[in-house]
Design a binder for this molecule. Sequence first.
Ligand SMILES: [Zn+2]
Length: 122
Amino acid sequence: MPQPKTQNNQHIKKMADLLRQGATLTNLACPACHSPLFKLKSNDLWCAKCQKKVIVIKEGEETAKATSHMVLDTMEATLLAKVQEIQSRMQQEKNIEEIQKLGTTLSELLENLEKIRKIKRS
Ligand SMILES: [Zn+2]
């Protein structure tokens, strides 16, 4: 399994987990990686990608529901694109082991997709 794909999935999974734990998405971006920042219950700003607390000097922090939905939509679209990619690779793949690996990735992607849709509905 290629590394970047796994890391990307992990990142999305972490973002979904943070939202479920009651963190809110802010309209601020991480100065290091430009990922959207989360505001934890402790009021700390957290970057899910860098996995660290971020201190933003600029004020103007406000949680925007619109931003939050936009990010979820983007994550959903990314996951759907990956699902389609894996599907077409599975159709062409002859190696059983590779097909199994792709199948595992596919089910992980679908699991994440389901989580995002659950968050969107709540
Ligand atoms: Zn970051």
